[in-house]
Write a protein that binds this ligand. Structure first.
Ligand code: PLP
Length: 428
């Protein structure tokens, strides 16, 4: 597999390099030079999730990793499904929250962990260092838990993430070290940055970031779009409209890549919350990010989406006009109404999925079949969901189980020398 840097096209890297580096020079994103031929798509859709996903990812990665290796990586990463649920006539939900941390980020995070292990040379140390305001830390910790030769250190602001979020990833132990920092999320990010700027430390512990723009994450996410189509009525193929609740636009990039690989999707709907840089851009042609606004769908509170250049590139390569993208921005109030409306139809959702449902419902035309992505489990946003519905909802087993476990976090000040000590100690 060859990829090029969107900021500097002559910079070409392999899959392994792209996974290890994350970003190219000038912070440029990597983009695949060629899209593989997948052959008979109907036959592919007949396969089971893991076999089909291995085939897609193997075709993408090419000769760098043999297909048996890719198959093992996929089997290890995708140990849970992505079921489709019917919400009403012609409208379906793709549930991406059945992984260990109850959000779609498990797919990308786990495949990235497998990829990094497969492309690293074995003798070198790897320490993943990341700062989290909640969800990413959990996905990363669970994805790398128990992997040999990889240490993970996660910083989070003490007392500023929800107790359940904290329990979900600070109870693992083993190769996962969690640090409750006396400070803010920005302090945590500053510490991470300082660590990456320290060449000696970087070398000594083999620092690596579990960055969300890593290409391996997007590649993994392509697979569940195929899984969705495989479960939908065959007659709907070609008339399918997918609605994607978007923040950093990785999920939408993956969906459009799936279409570029031959998946029979008619069109995509971009759904955002009040952080609506992209809908406004699609409307006016002007890119003018506003200040980020906090919303009840906080995983989508992004006003400068990192992955947007990949979408523009793909549209250009394929000759798809950007105007084919339907779009809508949804307020908290409207998201709550849609969540409630779905509940009356017998489907329990959370704010991110409700936003995608609402915009889909507005944009769907006669004869089309709609599918919206449910990116998190309702219990992950239990306070908001319970308040909107005026009733309590059940905690899934994973959350309940971790809730009863002991916190193993270290507590440190926002001090670089203290972090260095933690990073060296994590090697033992
Ligand atoms: C990360 C996240 C999103 C946004 O996905 P992008 O790929 O960044 O657009 C949506 N919903 C939930 C629950 C998330 O965690």
């Amino acid at each position: 597999m060859k990829l090029y840097n969107l900021k500097q096209h002559q910079e070409q890297v392999s899959f392994g390099q792209a996974v290890r580096q994350g970003l190219g020079s000038q912070q440029g994103l990597f983009f695949p030079s060629e899209l593989p031929e997948l052959g008979d798509i109907d036959a592919l859709l007949e396969m089971d999730f893991v076999s089909r996903s291995s085939k897609i990812l193997s075709a993408f990665i090419g000769e760098e990793l043999d297909s048996a290796t890719v198959n093992d990586m996929v089997a290890n990463a995708f140990q849970f499904g992505a079921p489709v649920a019917k919400v009403k006539d012609n409208v379906y939900a793709l549930e991406l929250f059945h992984g260990p941390t109850l959000a779609f980020k498990d797919f990308g995070g786990r495949f990235m962990a497998q990829s990094l292990a497969a492309v690293s040379d074995g003798d070198g140390k790897i320490t993943i260092l990341t700062a989290t305001s909640g969800d990413t830390g959990a996905a990363v910790a669970h994805a790398f838990y128990g992997m040999e030769n990889i240490k993970v250190v996660i910083l989070y602001p003490k007392g500023k993430i929800s107790p359940l979020q904290e329990k979900l990833f600070c109870t693992l132990g083993g190769n996962i070290t969690t640090v409750a920092v006396n400070g803010t999320f920005d302090d945590c990010q500053a510490l991470v940055k300082q660590a990456f700027d320290d060449a000696e430390l970087r070398q000594d512990v083999g620092l690596n970031s579990a960055n969300s723009i890593n290409i391996s994450r997007l590649m993994a996410q392509i697979c569940y779009y195929f899984e969705a189509v495989a479960q939908l009525p065959k007659a709907a193929r070609g008339e399918l409209v997918f609605s994607v609740p978007s923040g950093n636009f990785g999920n939408l990039t993956a969906g459009m890549l799936a279409k570029a690989l031959g998946l029979p999707v008619k069109r995509f709907v971009v759904a955002t919350n009040a952080n609506d840089t992209v809908p406004r851009y699609l409307q006016s042609g002007e890119w003018s990010p506003n200040m980020t606004i906090p919303t009840i769908s906080n995983a989508m509170d992004v006003s400068e989406p990192n992955n947007w250049p990949r979408i523009e590139e793909l549209c250009q390569v394929k000759g798809w006009p950007l105007s084919d993208l339907a779009h809508g921005a949804v307020s908290d109030q409207q998201a709550a109404e849609s969540l409630q409306a779905m509940h009356e139809l017998g489907y329990l959702c959370e704010p991110h999925g409700a936003i995608a449902y609402r915009v889909l419902d507005q944009q769907l035309k006669a004869g089309e079949t709609g599918l919206f992505l449910c990116t998190a489990h309702p219990a992950k946003f239990i306070e908001v969901v319970e308040e909107i519905l005026g009733q309590s909802i059940e905690l899934p087993e994973t959350l309940a189980k971790h809730g009863a476990m002991e916190l193993l976090s270290l507590e440190r000040d926002a001090n670089f020398e203290q972090l260095k000590t933690v990073l060296y100690q994590a090697q033992d």
